[in-house]
Structures are given as structure tokens and as C-alpha cells.
Design a protein around this ligand. Structure first.
Ligand code: FAD
Length: 473
């Protein structure tokens, strides 16, 4: 009899789960386990955010129920992963341990230590459940990693992505003995003051919900994705990011559904290719994090380590107004309020608000990254650090330092009728379609909405001068 521990991490699904698939092929009994490494203060996982903890709670609930329906019970433990797994192995006599790989430096260090420590007791096997292909399989001719997205994506596409997604198992046989577990509520992922209830009205969590969202994408959005993806008032994008982060959907499933749709709808090629290249950006983010682990908290372009950002005591009040959606710049405030209310912000607006913070306000990108990490349901170490560094100009394939988004022009272009602003900044609802993009002027009669935090022209000039120092460096 072989007993396999199946360690769930960011792969909270039953279909297309290579670790689960292998465990079922090799073991007669499976013990699925989730470990709360943060709560155990192991310091091994990057801190989860408040909003994504809420998502995680609902996701674990869904996984518990789905596993139960198949015959297995999810075991919840808290603490350092190594000691939790050692303990479980001793308690159950497990002979095998399975997981899908992670790519952040602390996760890799943790998994390496577990492999060393448990190798004598357990047959350990790890798999790729999170990416289209492993980061170490795509390198330049000189064997160094790519830093430019288009070249990276071209090389990756050349590899071919032939393997089909794995099916959902019909049955998962659990152990004969009872294995002790914490209750989900004991992980305390839900806040004491229940702000999460309003936020979660915007979302459906779990594997079945992920597939419903995928169907909506394929049936209603993917064909027009390229044309509609930049307009925040529209439902033009997939909103699959939290599902991809927690692994209720795999990129391989997405890839194959999209390709199957394309085979039957060749006219949708532009939309499908554009959508898949966004999945490519996600791959690039994980690739960069794997090859350049210092990106977690330092600039990829190390010339930026000496960049003269403003000091914390100097920018604290500005940062707070930005966080609260009270900058007096309509598109910025709409985005920051959408984020706070729903745990998600449209990609175009993420770029605009990040540019304002890092360029016009000269606040270090890490402060913005931290706020996004605390408030996004899709908060993801790889994509968030890449996104922030791209906008700040210090990442791979970064926007050039002189590209400073003008929030008013961006708003006029991508929210022409002001629908997005009206939805999130009701104080401006009665302004006409031209005025709605502009900061207020003194005496204009708008009540309850602040004057602009910063003069866009002067702050742009200040940013250009400071970023010019890097250019010369
Ligand atoms: C400053 C900044 C911070 C960001 N932080 C995060 C983050 O913490 N988590 C996160 O998942 N994405 C992040 N992004 C990327 C992007 O904004 C979101 O992935 C996207 O808005 C999610 O919405 P969607 O699922 O509708 O995307 P779609 O447009 O439908 O794209 C499909 C999927 O592709 C991936 N994707 C799309 N664009 C990007 C991108 N630029 N980088 C990486 N992956 C991408 C996502 O997994 C997304 O779900 C950030 C972008 C910026 C500019």
C-alpha cells in the first residue's frame, strides 16, 4: 500500500493538476494537504494580502467540497512547511510526496530544503502546474535569459505547447485512518470586520466558477479582445487573473480552449492571438522572477538602486490620498476606488495610477506594489513586481523613463464618454463628457471632490529631470 501526500499550493484545482494526476497513478491512498505558511510565521512565503486571503478562504472551501465529493478530505495545517510535512509523514506513514512547482525565491528555497530533508522518508515528485513551460527551458543563444518580451514570447511559441490538459479524476481515495486537520475558520483568512462581503459580490470563486468565466471569455469576449481590452468601462477582458493566481484554471487549459475556438473561428485570430500574448506576459513575469530573484524588492535594472525617490515622511500624505482615491484626478480616483471596492483594477488603469505614483509623485514603486498586494484579489508576486517595475521604468522591457502617462489624455482616450469615472466617482456624475476628465478648478461648484493633488505639467518636468540622472548613469 502506498500513501501519497499531495501538497496544494497555487494549484487549487482537480482538473489538469499534474501532481494530483501522478499521485493517483502511483498511490492507492491520497492525503491532500494545504499548509498556511504565513500564519505559521515561517517567513517562507511572501505575505499574502488581505483581499487575496479572502479569495483563498473561499477557494479552500470550494476545494474541500470538491475533494469530499470525490472521496478525499483536505487536511489543513499551519506552520513551517517542512515541519508540517515531516509531522504528517510520520503520522500517516506516507511514502510519497507530490507538489506543483513554485518559482519565487523563498518558495524555491523552502522546496529545496524539504527535498533534502525528506528524501530518505519519501519519494518526492514535483511538476509544472502553473506555466505553459518551465522558465529554464527558454534561453537566448548565449544561454542567458531574455529581458525583452517579444523575443521571449517568440522563442516560447517556437517550443510548441502540444500537451493536452489532464482530465479531472473521477475518484480520489483518501486514507483509511483519520488525519487531524484545522478547521478552515481557524486559518482566519476572513477579516473580523466583514468588509469582504461587499467585495465578494463581484466574484465567484472555485474551479467550476473559473470554467464559467472561461466560457464567458471564449463565447463573448475573446474575438473582440484586441479592440476592447483597453477600455475600462467595458467588460472587454477576461477577469481570470485571480483564478490563474490561485490555480483554479491552468494556463494550459486556457491555451487549449482558445486554440480550439480559433480552429473553428478563424476570423477571431487577432483577438485570440492578442489574448494569448497576455498569457505570455504572465509567463514572462514568472520567468523574470525565476531568473532575477532580486526583483522581489529591488529594481531589475540595478542603476535604479540609487534613484532619488522622495522620502517616506515627505510622500506619506500623497500616498494616502492616492490609496483612498482622493487625488482630485478623476481617472486615478476611479481606478483606486474600483480596486478598493472590488479587489481588481483594469490593466490600463493600473498603468495610469502606477505612472502617477512613481513618476509625477516620485514615490518608490515598492510602496505602490505593497498597496496593490494588500488590496488585489489577484495579487501576485511575479506579475505585480513586473508590472510596477515596467511602469517605473526599472524593469525588463520597461517603458522608457520619459514615458509618463498623462491621466487626463489617457482618460479622454480610453474612457471617452466618462462612464468608468461616473461609475466610481459619483461626485462627478453631472459633469459633461469633456469636463469629466479634468481636475477640478477652484469655484467650479463641484461639491465633495478635492482639487488635484499635483500639477501634472510641473510634476512631469520634475520627473523627467530626476529620471534623466539614470539615463546618464
Ligand atoms: C502596476 C501593475 C500591477 C499589476 N499587478 C498584477 C498582479 O498583482 N496580479 C496579476 O495577475 N496581474 C497584475 N498586473 C497585470 C494585469 O494588469 C492583470 O493581470 C490584468 O489586469 C488582469 O485582468 P484580466 O484577468 O481581465 O486580464 P486579461 O486582459 O483578460 O488577461 C488574461 C490574463 O493574462 C495575464 N495578464 C494580462 N496582462 C498581464 C500583464 N501585464 N502582466 C502579467 N500578466 C498579465 C493575467 O493572468 C490575466 O488574467 C499588473 C499590471 C500593472 C501595470
Amino acid at each position: 500500500m502506498s500513501i501519497g501526500l499531495l501538497w496544494f499550493r497555487q494549484d487549487l484545482r482537480l482538473a489538469d493538476n499534474p501532481a494530483l494526476h501522478a499521485a493517483l497513478a502511483e498511490c492507492s491512498q491520497i492525503i491532500p494537504v494545504f499548509i498556511d505558511e504565513d500564519g505559521g510565521n515561517s517567513g517562507l512565503q511572501p505575505a499574502q494580502s488581505a483581499a487575496s486571503h479572502v479569495w483563498l478562504h473561499h477557494n479552500l472551501l470550494d476545494l474541500q467540497q470538491r475533494l469530499k465529493a470525490k472521496g478525499a478530505t483536505l487536511v489543513l495545517r499551519r506552520g513551517a512547511a517542512l515541519s508540517c510535512l515531516q509531522q504528517l509523514q510520520q503520522e500517516t506513514g506516507a511514502t510519497h510526496l507530490y507538489w506543483n512547482r513554485r518559482y519565487d525565491p523563498r518558495g524555491i528555497a523552502c522546496d529545496t530544503a524539504i527535498k533534502q530533508q525528506l528524501a530518505a522518508e519519501c519519494n518526492l515528485r514535483s511538476f509544472n502546474g502553473a506555466l505553459l513551460s518551465e522558465p529554464w527551458t527558454v534561453l537566448k543563444k548565449d544561454e542567458t535569459p531574455y529581458r525583452v518580451f517579444t523575443a521571449f514570447w517568440k522563442a516560447k511559441l517556437k517550443q510548441g505547447l502540444a500537451t493536452l490538459p489532464l482530465p479531472e479524476p473521477a475518484r480520489i481515495t483518501g486514507p483509511t485512518q483519520r488525519v487531524s486537520s484545522l478547521n478552515l475558520d481557524e486559518l482566519a483568512y476572513l477579516p473580523a470586520v466583514r468588509w469582504d462581503v461587499a467585495m465578494m459580490q463581484h466574484w465567484q470563486v472555485g474551479e467550476v466558477a473559473a470554467h464559467r468565466a472561461l466560457d464567458v471569455l471564449i463565447e463573448q469576449r475573446i474575438a473582440t479582445y484586441k479592440a476592447r481590452r483597453d477600455f475600462p468601462a467595458e467588460a472587454g477582458t477576461s477577469q481570470l487573473s485571480p483564478h490563474l493566481h490561485f490555480g483554479t484554471l491552468s494556463p494550459r487549459q486556457l491555451w487549449h480552449y482558445a486554440q480550439a475556438y480559433l480552429a473553428e473561428n478563424p476570423a477571431a485570430e487577432e483577438g485570440v492571438r492578442c489574448f494569448l500574448s497576455e498569457i505570455g506576459w504572465r509567463e514572462f513575469a514568472y520567468y523574470l522572477l525565476y531568473h532575477f530573484p532580486h526583483m522581489v524588492d529591488g529594481a531589475l535594472d540595478q542603476r535604479f538602486n540609487v534613484f532619488p525617490w522622495r522620502e517616506a515622511e515627505d510622500y506619506a500624505a500623497d500616498l494616502q490620498r492616492w490609496q483612498q482615491g482622493q487625488t482630485g484626478l478623476p481617472i486615478i480616483d476611479a481606478g483606486m476606488r474600483q480596486l478598493y471596492a472590488t479587489g481588481w483594477m483594469h490593466n490600463r488603469v493600473r498603468m495610469i495610477v502606477a505612472s502617477l505614483l512613481t513618476k509625477n509623485l516620485l514615490v518608490p514603486w515598492q510602496a505602490g506594489e505593497q498597496w496593490f498586494r494588500a488590496t488585489l484579489v489577484d495579487a501576485d508576486l511575479a506579475s505585480n513586481t513586473m508590472g510596477w517595475q515596467w511602469v517605473a521604468g526599472c524593469g525588463a522591457d520597461a517603458a522608457p523613463y520619459f514615458r509618463i502617462f498623462n491621466p487626463v489624455l489617457q482618460s479622454e482616450k480610453f474612457d471617452k464618454a466618462g462612464d468608468y469615472i461616473r461609475r466610481w466617482v459619483p461626485e462627478l456624475r453631472d459633469r459633461d463628457n469633456k469636463q469629466i476628465h479634468q481636475p477640478r478648478e477652484r469655484g467650479d461648484g463641484v461639491k465633495g471632490y478635492p482639487l488635484a493633488l499635483v500639477d501634472l505639467k510641473a510634476s512631469r518636468q520634475r520627473a523627467l529631470e530626476r529620471f534623466g540622472v539614470i539615463k546618464k548613469g
